[in-house]
Design a protein. Structure first.
Length: 67
């Protein structure tokens, strides 16, 4: 039996995304509703965000500040 491995692209909670952008979790939810962030819904209806997408957005944001 193969051991369970971590997903190749982990999902982040709204609180984790909010922490990364230094905003309130409700802001992250508003961004998702407005289409600024794509989200995945869990079976319980909670939003989750792809870590790779969030990292890319943070990188783009940092590049804009530097330029």
């Amino acid at each position: 039996m193969k051991p369970h491995s971590a997903p190749s692209n982990p999902l982040l909670t709204p609180a984790e995304v909010a922490s990364a952008f230094r905003v309130d979790p409700k802001t992250v939810t508003r961004w998702a509703k407005a289409g600024k962030l794509s989200s995945i819904r869990t079976l319980g209806g909670h939003r989750r965000y792809l870590e790779s997408e969030i990292r890319a957005m943070l990188s783009d944001q940092n590049q804009a500040v530097i330029s």
